[in-house]
Design a protein. Sequence first.
Length: 326
Amino acid sequence: MKKMFKNKSIIIVIVLLVILVVSLLIGLYETSPQASGQEVKHVSMIVYGDDQERWENMREGADLVCADRDAKLSLLTTLAEDDPEEQKEIIDRELEDGTDALIIAPCSGREIKDYIDANNLKIPVIYLETVDSASPVDINIAPDDYMMGYSLGEQIVAEESDIVTVAVLSGYADRDSVRLREEGLRDAINGRVGTVLDWSGIKTGVSKDVRTYIQRAIVSEATDVIVSFDNTTTDSLLDALSNLNQSSKVYSISTSDHAVYDLYNGDIKVLEYTDEFSMGYLAAMYALDPKYASGRYSHKQIEYRMVRKENMYSEENQTLLFPFVD
């Protein structure tokens, strides 16, 4: 009798557990966008260059928002870093496929901005990195690039002698972020260092060609300091120095893994690093809920930090450099 009662109790418990699980599954389904008839929104993040890893921090930030709001995020790259026509083709394709929002890191700020304006789009368009021609109504998620360059220049003046030779690697001037960083740096060091070399022969977005140009510049002109302003140029510079078995005092603005690794190895003296995770997060918030984002994040400033080997493992810098490491 006791055994039968025990078996009945077990059966009742199992049945109750099954009912509970089924109820939970039904509840989850009923609250999902598909069950409620709510359409899943699609966000297109269109960037420049063919290296998806370069955009990983931004993608992770945007993906966090999209996952929370049941939206789908697509990251779309280009073959070259400096081909606005290719970016326009991708924009057209995404619009034809019915995307609900565009997040764009333009390879040419003015050209892509003009193209978007000419299309008179009715969906949110958010620009990643500085677009200098953006109007007050445009959403532009970027740090203060001019001040980034100026701060890096101030660092050079503070740490190097007043007769130092500084080589400035110029390239990708169609990207407003790079142009403004260079302007800021030049304003900071003007008349305060010995000689400024203009290494401005970068004409292509192919990393092999950029590296070859830098190697020739290093061999042909002696310099104490070399400055770079973006990921591709910084990586190419580091590869060029390695190939030539040479070292230099490198001051760079970059968020590449290569740059962080070489900072640790001592091949970069000062690295200025941007909070790209927050850039992606904010871009997705504005893409999916512009009204809410404008009310909450309109005064949010994108953080950047001056990092050295000596302080790269401080709590603040670890969070910035390694946002996915517990």
